[in-house]
Design a protein around this ligand. Structure first.
Ligand SMILES: [Zn+2]
Ligand SMILES: [Zn+2]
Length: 163
């Protein structure tokens, strides 16, 4: 699968199946979207209902193959372990990763081209804005979904086993 920034100078390649695809409504993702959407000529990071859609990949299965020098990390606080990585050419949010620890990268779903994996769940919906009605096409969870946690653990085990 290929993801690009909106002007096309940055390109990511992801190999194999993603771990999961979910929409997150958590307060950090909303703050992160505020931060990025405030950059000059940045497009919307969130969907109109306030959720941010991601496709999660093992970090050994996704790489920036073009324009890596244009990437810049944004943090909510200087001490945050989470980075929201933006293509500075057009201020597109490209992916989210961690300084250390977790073994996955959350790529912004809107950046992918071609056929996308189906959505699995909406998570952290207790943070959504008042009055936002969620579609019932996939399950919604007030916190993290147990299925998501299981899939993340399973992918970690597979990675450790070299599969
Ligand atoms: Zn760009
Ligand atoms: Zn979130």
């Amino acid at each position: 699968m290929t993801a690009t920034c909106s002007c096309g100078r940055v390109e990511l390649k992801a190999l194999g199946r993603p771990i999961v695809s979910s929409v997150c409504y958590c307060d950090d993702c909303q703050k992160g979207a505020d931060q990025i959407e405030a950059l000059p000529s940045a497009g919307a990071v969130r969907d109109p209902d306030g959720g941010t859609a991601y496709i999660l990949f093992r970090k050994d299965r996704i790489e920036c193959c073009k324009g890596a020098e244009l990437l810049r990390r944004y943090k909510l606080k200087e001490t945050s372990a989470t980075n929201r990585v933006v293509a500075t050419c057009c201020n597109s949010a490209v992916f989210m990763n961690f300084d250390k620890g977790p073994h996955w990268v959350s790529a912004y779903r809107a950046r992918f081209r071609g056929e996308l994996p189906p959505l699995d769940a909406r998570i952290c919906t207790r943070f959504r804005a008042d009055g936002v009605a969620l579609p019932d096409d996939v399950p919604s969870y007030r916190g993290y979904s147990p299925g998501l946690v299981v899939k993340l653990l399973a992918s970690r085990v597979a990675m450790l086993l070299g599969q």
